[in-house]
Design a protein around this ligand. Structure first.
Ligand code: ZN
Length: 467
């Protein structure tokens, strides 16, 4: 009796935020209804399976209750039926390097709790892990407000402050030793963050202490490394590694322990991703269940000779920031302060080889640097870059959804289009395999609520980068 009452209460608690967010933000809702049937859609389900044609997806409350060929799925009489002929449905994207803040232009930085959250959701990103916080309390409160249906945004996994060594930005914890690492991790874990991010100048002793303390508190650690190599970090028990080849200094001949060799990447043009050194890294990661996060877009914006930045980026940014970002983008395209295209290709090869070896690759935007990869729109660009790296459409969808859910440990509920999962879905107004991009994202379901992508974007146009 008591157990039944408790589970009823739990169910009610889950349902309330969903209702209130639909009620609070009615003007952004694309489809109303406690029961929705999406019919005649092409479905790429996130499992890596080939696309399925003419599918019906039944959504009841916050869950997917049936998926199958149209005609075989019984559609209840009270369902709101939406014909998606010619359109594609994929799982909501799980962005694994998706900060709640943004940096851009000439040294600007801002917490984007309002515009960034909306832009992630509008772009199809229904879950984010922030992977490094400048303002951890802003993140924790934002997460609670989204969960309560008071703010529009994705499901959030928050992060504590960055843990670095002698170098790093002023907002980071510049550690003075392992005890301080433990103290910071303990405090923020108790405050409720679910991940930590170590940064480029952390020492092995500090990283090991942070990981140990985090694991004692049931939270996890990822890193954007340099002073510590990937194999060293795996040996210390790290859970995830960010940025692929761009942040792994262990192949640099002049690498000294606990030191970040400057410009190490320039030596990687001839790195053999199938050779013993790289394969040993992959083997260590795979044997210890350490995933890799691809963030190709934040590097692409600085690679010389690449195509111009998507105009939609300038369109959503605050005009003053957009002008600065455009100037820098033009300079980088022309080679000033740019990344060598050969290194960028090598990083793509590295990620492909990791997956071929059996590694778990996920993806995220990282809306930092000079700011031409903002929330959401940068995730969409990652889709195109992973295709360019040689993955199939089905593989890219899997990398950007199911694999991220696995890293976060939520794959029982999130990451694929399957009966029983939460209804986190993206409707693309095109045949995704034909167009090869996510720019036609039209409706984004999160927990069964159907958000109108264009209306969300209209609501933040011209303010991204400032609030
Ligand atoms: Zn980052």
């Amino acid at each position: 009796m008591k157990a039944a009452a408790t589970s009823f209460l739990l169910a009610a608690m889950v349902a309330i935020p969903a209702q209130s967010s639909a009620q609070n933000f009615g003007q952004f809702i694309a489809i109303e209804g406690p029961v929705i049937a999406l019919t005649h859609a092409k479905v790429i389900d996130g499992t890596g399976a080939p696309a399925a044609l003419d599918q019906t997806i039944l959504i009841e409350g916050d869950r997917i209750t049936a998926v199958g060929p149209s005609g075989s799925v019984r559609v209840p009489a009270n369902a709101e039926v939406v014909d998606l002929s010619g359109q594609t449905v994929i799982p909501g994207l799980v962005g694994l390097h998706n900060h709640s803040y943004y940096t851009g232009g000439n040294g600007r930085a801002a917490q984007l709790s309002f515009s960034g959250s909306r832009l992630y959701l509008a772009s199809g990103v229904t879950t984010i892990r922030t992977t490094g916080a400048r303002q951890p309390y802003a993140e924790l409160n934002l997460k609670r407000e989204i969960d309560a249906g008071q703010v529009i945004g994705p499901t959030m996994f928050t992060t504590g402050p960055y843990l670095t060594g002698e170098q790093g930005s002023q907002t980071m914890a510049r550690l003075q030793g392992p005890e301080q690492a433990r103290r910071i991790v303990r405090y923020w874990a108790e405050e409720g963050v679910s991940w930590f991010k170590a940064y480029t100048w952390i020492s092995r002793a500090e990283l090991g202490a942070a990981i140990d303390e985090a694991h004692r508190h049931g939270v996890k650690v990822t890193a954007h490394l340099c002073s510590v190599g990937y194999r060293e970090a795996v040996a210390l028990g790290i859970d995830n590694l960010e940025h692929g080849l761009f942040a792994n200094s262990e192949y640099a001949p002049d690498k000294r322990p606990d030191d970040c060799p400057s410009g190490f990447r320039s030596g990687y043009v001839d790195l053999d991703v199938h050779g013993p050194e790289v394969q040993a890294t992959f083997r260590d990661m795979i044997d210890n269940d350490v995933a890799m996060t691809s963030t190709l877009v934040v590097y692409e914006i600085s690679v010389s000779g690449r195509p111009p930045i998507d105009e939609r980026v300038y369109d959503v940014l605050a005009p003053e920031i957009a002008r600065e970002v455009r100037q820098i983008a033009i300079a980088r395209r022309a080679g000033r302060g740019a990344i060598d295209p050969a290194i960028f290709s090598k990083a793509m090869e590295y990620e492909r080889a990791f997956v071929e070896a059996g590694g778990l690759l996920a993806a995220g935007v990282d809306p930092t640097g000079y700011g031409a990869a903002p929330p959401g729109l940068g995730d969409q660009r990652n889709f195109e870059l992973l295709l360019e790296a040689g993955f199939s459409t089905e593989e890219v969808v899997q990398i950007m959804s199911a694999n991220g859910a696995k890293v976060l440990g939520i794959d029982d509920d999130v990451g694929t289009v399957e009966a029983g999962k939460l209804a986190d879905l993206v409707v693309i107004d095109a045949d995704l395999e034909e167009v090869g991009h996510l720019r036609d994202t039209k409706i984004v379901f999160r927990h069964g609520i159907a958000w109108d992508s264009a209306k969300l974007v209209d609501s933040i146009r011209g303010i991204v980068g400032i609030r």
